[in-house]
Write a protein of this length. Structure first.
Length: 171
């Protein structure tokens, strides 16, 4: 298989689809968690003193009067759940391919000569060896990185609070 084919065989579309599905599932879990927190905040009540009046008398004496305490939910007291969304997702795929080819040829030649009166003789010995080595290493790494940021709560989740003061005024 060629190096180019190996790079083409990386299942990038499937990786992107899995990343998208994973983010959608995670986003759903984050949203459901925020809704659960909103319900807990709405159902948990605390006692709140809505107003304290500090009066400084003409003689410099300071007195405090407080309105009667009321029970309000944590949501009414201003505690809101945090909503998050994924703002970025990145897939990094790295592949290192190393191909090694090695060829070695050794030739040993030795000769022996014998000479005598009218006779001559020689022997040649040849030793040939071949060594071929092929190797291929493939290393791959991938990394998935996401960024999550807080976002404002949906605008219609929390109603506006309007205060109507029907106390008599001294005119």
């Amino acid at each position: 298989m060629s190096v180019g084919q190996e790079l083409l065989d990386v299942p990038f579309p499937e990786m992107v689809a899995s990343l998208g599905q994973g983010i959608a599932d995670a986003q759903h879990q984050l949203d459901m968690n925020s809704v659960e927190v909103a319900e807990k905040l709405a159902n948990t009540e605390i006692e709140v003193v809505p107003a304290i009046t500090r009066t400084i008398g003409s003689d410099g004496e300071v007195t405090y009067d407080s309105a009667e305490a009321v029970d309000v939910s944590l949501l009414q007291a201003g505690m809101f759940p945090t909503f998050y969304q994924f703002s970025e997702a990145t897939i990094d795929v790295e592949m290192d391919i190393k191909t090694t080819t090695e060829r070695e040829t050794n030739i040993d030649v030795s000769a022996k000569a014998r000479a005598g009166f009218g006779l001559w003789g020689a022997s040649v010995q040849t030793d040939v060896s071949h060594n071929r080595k092929f190797g291929k290493e493939v290393h791959g790494t991938s990394r998935l990185r996401t960024t999550m940021v807080p976002v404002p709560a949906p605008p219609y989740l929390f109603p506006e609070v309007e205060t109507v003061d029907n106390r008599p005024t001294d005119e």
